[in-house]
Design a protein around this ligand. Structure first.
Ligand code: ME8
Length: 762
């Protein structure tokens, strides 16, 4: 018998768990799905163990980042948030996420609660007014130590200098208290790496924290001083209480809060542990409110060795996987493939291999064999198994061991191990079936003996499937539901409500149970499945539909001077740039005033061969091969062509209008870094003044990344986005191309005079 046990068990008959509330500046991707799926699986298991469970998720809608994203999309922040919050909800529906509440930080219940928390902290003397001058990372909505020009240590973006009169929280007063608390509650934060990091951060000394902002207005007004808005992390963290009813006078809200607070589990990504393990308990201690019981950080989902993230453009959408393989395939893959707490790479190849190996050929095939034979040999009615032989005893022993081990492993967040053990039972059941071959009657076996064997084997295998299905239900809810019906057991959700996991033990499938109709579970993924998923992703990034606006963000949409309706088709910009553009310093003076048709957006210097201008002799300006396949030699065609004078017949000229189609701009390099396993590529983040964007350039062999930071360069700004190594490149650098044996050495174009960012070259 399984029992509610180990670290996920609060000891009480109720369990409250939360996901982070996600920013609404960009659409959800697999990274968000990962944390939410883990929570959903935990919540489903808790409920099926008879524990009164409350599962909260939601969206984080205030702050400078959202305000800027909305502005760029030409929407109010709330209109913008409405669309993305809707996208999160509909994705969660598709993925079978069964949350009890979805909080939006723009809801009145939240605003009221945050104001109450702020007032409480102020009344208790933990909040005071002072002036903050320092660096701020808009993307992470975090204060960063260092002088102007400091790059955010979390995301690598350039910080902005902020100088404001703000309210401060006396975080410094909690240094010792927090360390004592961590010491007394080792279970409070996990994994160990997170715990060590947080403790060393606190030991390094805590400074008071600015908890209000005045330079923008998209936030919750500070009660009694409305020109301030509450710092977005104080606002966001409070959701875990406001959603339960903190701040409300309604008796039902009060009762819910009383019942479920403190939270048993905040599940988060590891990059936000400081906010959850330092600021959040300090706020709560100051307000005299119990702190949560545990914070668990999942590792990062990587794509091509880099954290999957909207701003890096290397995301995969969960919808794509749902469409081709089904949501359960994704749920299973994420929990089985990645040891929880560690980073894990996502590849379509690994996904399809797991799907075919474990689901289609494994569990799915086993169910289909048994259900079909039960119909064929027993008219779909479970027969009496009769006396067990050694073979049945052995399978039963494995099932009982699995029953004993699955729960503790799962409850310790060892989902991968739990599933591995469960799949050993799948394999053993399959082997048992094959060894006893109920479909084959040897000549020497009497008819009666054969029917007895068929009855014993099929009833036993069906019982094993029942156990497997019950245990896997939190991870594969849609498939488990189908199997439960095929086993003639009715609705698994109903069984869940009856706490069927609490008393799960061998022998529950009764003779006489009438099986449901066989139904396909996991059709084998054929060769084209991967291609289909990749195409869906490519189409999605090429369509460049801005999730929030539901319209194309293009040069026209970004340009207030041009009516997008009247503009010719414009170069598409992937929504992945939304986060970058959101962080840009808005600089209207530098907003582009020309709209460039999409068909003009192609590489310049590499596309045609022009006469070499006399003044640069054999060196000429070429675009660095940002659009070349990763690892390919530096624009070989152009490089070779450039070394010889073009034949007369190739000397065709372009018109001034042709040239005007190319949007050349001054940009500054903010971030430059090598890309693992791509010797030739650098990933750059450049600032165009009116937006920031990512460009991949094949200059890694010629430039040290550190030396590029701060350098002003020229880019082709209207080149169609391209993906390389899973990362998106949004433009090309211009460089003189110097012949160098078989290759060419790039020398980046620049200026002697100081030129403003975003200035156009024409
Ligand atoms: O940080 N791998 O919101 P957010 C694993 N609003 N998990 C990932 C991931 C990846 N590549 N990418 C995202 C915020 N996540 C704040 C939170 S809470 C009071 C406020 C998951 O939209 C992971 O859980 O940036 C991470 O912490 C969260 O999404 C960040 O979502």
């Amino acid at each position: 018998m399984t029992k509610p046990d180990s670290s996920l068990d609060s000891g009480a008959k109720r369990f409250y768990l939360t996901t982070p509330i996600y920013y609404v500046n960009a659409r959800p991707h697999l990274g968000h799905a990962y944390s939410t799926i883990v929570c959903d699986a935990i919540a489903r298991r808790k409920r099926a163990l008879g524990i009164d469970t409350w599962f909260l998720t939601g969206t984080d809608e205030h702050g400078q980042k959202i305000e800027r994203s909305a502005k760029l999309a030409g929407k109010t922040p709330l209109e913008f948030a409405d669309v993305i919050a809707g996208e999160f909800r509909s994705l969660w529906d598709r993925l079978g996420i069964r949350y009890d509440d979805f909080i939006r930080t723009t809801e009145p219940r939240h605003v009221r609660g945050v104001q109450k928390l702020f007032a409480t902290l102020r009344d208790k003397g933990y909040i005071y007014k002072s002036t903050y001058t320092g660096q701020y990372c808009v993307s992470d909505e975090a204060y960063v130590d260092g002088p102007p020009g400091t790059v955010c240590p979390t995301c690598g973006r350039m910080t902005e200098t902020v100088s404001e009169e703000n309210y401060f929280f006396k975080l410094s007063a909690f240094e010792r208290k927090l360390l004592e608390f961590y010491e007394a509650h080792p279970e409070f934060m996990q994994p160990e790496s997170t715990r060590r990091e947080v403790i060393s951060f606190v030991r390094g000394g805590l400074k008071d924290l600015s908890v209000s902002r005045t330079s923008f207005s998209w936030g919750i007004p500070v009660p009694g001083d409305e020109k301030h808005v509450v710092y977005v992390w104080l606002d966001a963290l409070a959701n875990y209480m406001t959603a339960l009813g903190y701040g409300s006078d309604d008796p039902a809200d009060k009762a819910r809060f009383e019942k479920f607070w403190p939270a048993d589990l905040h599940l988060i990504g590891k990059e936000i542990s400081r906010f959850h393990c330092v600021y959040w308990p300090a706020f709560l201690m100051a307000a005299g409110i119990p702190v949560p019981r545990s914070v668990r950080a999942n590792g990062w989902l990587l794509f091509d060795d880099t954290k999957m993230s909207k701003s890096l453009g290397n995301i995969v959408r969960a919808e794509t996987i749902d469409e081709v393989l089904g949501a359960d395939a994704l749920r299973y893959f994420l929990l089985r493939e990645i040891p929880f707490g560690q980073d894990g790479s996502f590849t379509f190849d690994a996904l399809v291999r797991r799907y075919n190996g474990d689901l289609a050929n494994g569990y799915g095939n086993l169910v289909s064999r048994v259900v079909n034979m039960m119909h064929k040999y027993f008219g779909g009615v479970v027969p009496e198994a009769g006396a067990a032989t050694e073979a049945e005893e052995a399978l039963r022993a494995t099932a009982e061991r699995t029953l004993a081990e699955f729960g503790p492993a799962f409850d310790e967040f060892n989902f991968s191990e739990a599933l591995k053990g469960l799949w050993a039972l799948v394999a053993e059941t399959d082997g048992y079936l094959t060894a006893n071959a109920p479909w084959k009657k040897p000549a020497e076996r009497s008819d009666a003996d054969h029917v007895a064997l068929q009855a014993r084997v099929l009833a036993t295998a069906a019982e094993a499937i029942r156990i497997i299905t019950a245990l896997v239900y939190p991870i594969l809810p849609a498939s488990a539901e189908k199997v439960w019906r095929q086993l003639g057991l009715g609705e698994i959700d109903e069984a869940g409500k009856q706490a069927f996991l609490m008393n799960l033990q061998w022998g529950g499938l009764k003779a006489g149970t009438r099986f449901g109709e066989p139904a396909p579970l996991f059709p084998r993924a054929e060769k084209d499945a991967m291609e289909r998923m990749q195409n869906l992703e490519n189409e999605n990034s090429a369509s460049a539909v801005d999730a929030a606006a539901g319209t194309k963000i293009d040069a026209a949409a970004r340009n207030k001077n041009v009516d997008p309706q009247q503009a010719p088709a414009s170069p598409s910009v992937d929504p992945t740039t939304a986060k970058d553009t959101a962080t840009a310093h808005a600089n209207d003076a530098l907003t582009p005033t020309t709209v460039v048709p999409q068909d003009a957006a192609r590489p310049v210097a590499t596309a045609q061969v022009h006469p070499v201008p006399a003044e640069i002799a054999s060196a000429r300006l070429s675009s660095t091969p940002a659009t070349a396949p990763a690892g390919a030699p530096l624009t070989p065609d152009a490089a070779t062509a450039e070394q010889t004078a073009p034949p007369a017949e190739e000397k065709h000229f372009i018109t001034i209008d042709d040239f005007a189609k190319v949007d050349l701009r001054v940009a500054q390099i903010l971030v430059a870094e090598r890309i693992p396993k791509a010797d030739k590529l650098l990933r750059l983040e450049v600032d165009l003044g009116y937006e920031k964007r990512q460009i991949l350039a094949g200059i890694a062999q010629y430039y040290e990344p550190e030396k590029l930071i701060g350098r002003k360069i020229v880019i082709v700004a209207n080149l169609a986005p391209r993906k390389m190594r899973g990362l998106e490149s949004n433009g090309m650098l211009l460089a003189a191309s110097l012949p160098n044996n078989a290759e060419s050495t790039p020398v980046l174009a620049g200026f002697l005079e100081d030129v403003p960012l975003g200035a156009r070259l024409k």
